[in-house]
Design a protein. Structure first.
Length: 300
C-alpha cells in the first residue's frame, strides 16, 4: 500500500513537470528589448534639450529682444508772432455822435497803439474801408515809424453830408503788402448848424514858416476853429515837448470858422526831428482836437 502511494505521487509530479514544459515561452531577449524601448521613450518625452557642459566663453542664445523705439522730443509750443496788430486807444477828436453842420469840414483824429511785433513805416497807410467816406482821402501814408508799444494819432479831413441824419465811415490801417489789419470809425450827426448846444464842431491846421523872436523861418501853426453857433471858445495850445500854455478866448458872433495861430522858436538843433502843435478846447467842449506834425525849425 505504501509503495502504491509513493508511485502515485511520483506520477502526478511527473505530469506537472511535463505540462510546464509544454507552456509557451516568451523570448527573454525580446522582453528586455521592449522594456528598454519603453524606458527610452519615457526619458525622451521628459528630458530637456542638451546643454553643453562647457561654459567658458559660451552664452546661451536668447530670443531677440524688441528693438526700443524712442520718439523724437516734441518742441515746446511757442506763441505765433503777430506782425501787424493795432488797438484803439481813444477818439482824440469828434467822439461818436458828435453834432456837425451840414456840409461843414472837420478833422477826425484817432489814437492807436501798435500791439504787434512789426514797426509801422511810411509805407503803411490810413485807408477808407466802408460806409460814408465823407469826401475823405481814400488813403494817406503814415508820417513816420511807429514801433511796437508806441501810439500814433492818425487824422483825416472830412466834409459832413448835406442832409440831416447819422453817418458813419469805417477806416483802417493797411500794410505794405496791401492787408488791412485794423478797424475804427467816425460817427457824426448832421443837424444843419442849430440843432444842439453851442460847440466847436471841428479844428483843422495849417503849417507855415515865419520870422519870430529874432529868428528866421520859424514854425508857425494856424488852427481853423469851427463852431455851430454864437459863443465864446476858450482854448489853449498843446505841443510835443509838453510845455504848458495859457488859456485864450475867441468870440463867435454866429456859426462859422475863425483862425488862431502860434509860433514856436525852435533852434536849428531840432532840425529834422518830428514835433507837433495842436488845440485843446476847454470851453464849451472840454476836448482835445488833435495836432499837426512838422520837422522844420528856425534857421540858424
Amino acid at each position: 500500500m505504501k509503495q502504491q502511494s509513493v508511485g502515485a505521487i511520483l506520477a502526478i509530479g511527473l505530469s506537472v513537470a511535463l505540462a510546464g514544459c509544454n507552456l509557451p515561452r516568451q523570448d527573454t531577449a525580446s522582453v528586455q528589448t521592449a522594456a528598454a524601448l519603453t524606458v527610452q521613450a519615457q526619458l525622451t518625452a521628459v528630458a530637456p534639450s542638451p546643454v553643453s557642459t562647457s561654459t567658458a566663453g559660451v552664452f546661451p542664445t536668447l530670443p531677440p529682444s524688441a528693438t526700443a523705439v524712442f520718439a523724437s522730443p516734441v518742441p515746446a509750443a511757442t506763441a505765433t508772432p503777430k506782425c501787424d496788430v493795432a488797438s484803439f486807444v481813444k477818439d482824440v477828436t469828434i467822439p461818436d455822435n458828435t453834432s456837425v453842420d451840414a456840409g461843414a469840414d472837420f478833422t477826425k483824429t484817432w489814437r492807436l497803439k501798435n500791439d504787434g511785433d512789426c514797426s509801422w513805416t511810411p509805407s503803411y497807410q490810413l485807408v477808407f474801408v466802408s460806409g460814408q467816406i465823407m469826401d475823405g482821402a481814400s488813403g494817406q501814408a503814415l508820417s513816420g515809424n511807429v514801433n511796437k508799444g508806441d501810439t500814433l494819432d492818425v487824422s483825416v479831413t472830412l466834409t459832413a453830408p448835406t442832409e440831416n441824419g447819422s453817418y458813419q465811415g469805417n477806416w483802417g490801417l493797411k500794410n505794405a503788402a496791401g492787408t488791412v489789419f485794423a478797424n475804427f470809425w467816425v460817427k457824426v450827426r448832421v443837424e444843419d448848424g442849430i440843432g444842439g448846444p453851442f460847440a466847436v464842431t471841428h479844428v483843422t491846421y495849417s503849417f507855415s514858416l515865419s520870422d519870430y523872436s529874432g529868428h528866421d523861418d520859424c514854425p508857425m501853426m494856424t488852427a481853423h476853429i469851427t463852431t455851430n453857433g454864437a459863443g465864446d471858445v476858450v482854448y489853449r495850445w498843446t505841443r510835443s515837448d509838453g510845455a504848458g500854455a495859457s488859456l485864450e478866448t475867441v468870440h463867435f458872433g454866429s456859426a462859422g470858422t475863425k483862425d488862431v495861430e502860434t509860433h514856436w522858436a525852435l533852434g536849428s538843433v531840432w532840425e529834422g526831428e518830428t514835433h507837433w502843435l495842436g488845440i485843446y478846447v476847454d470851453e464849451p467842449n472840454h476836448q482835445d482836437f488833435g495836432h499837426k506834425t512838422f520837422t522844420k525849425a528856425c534857421a540858424p
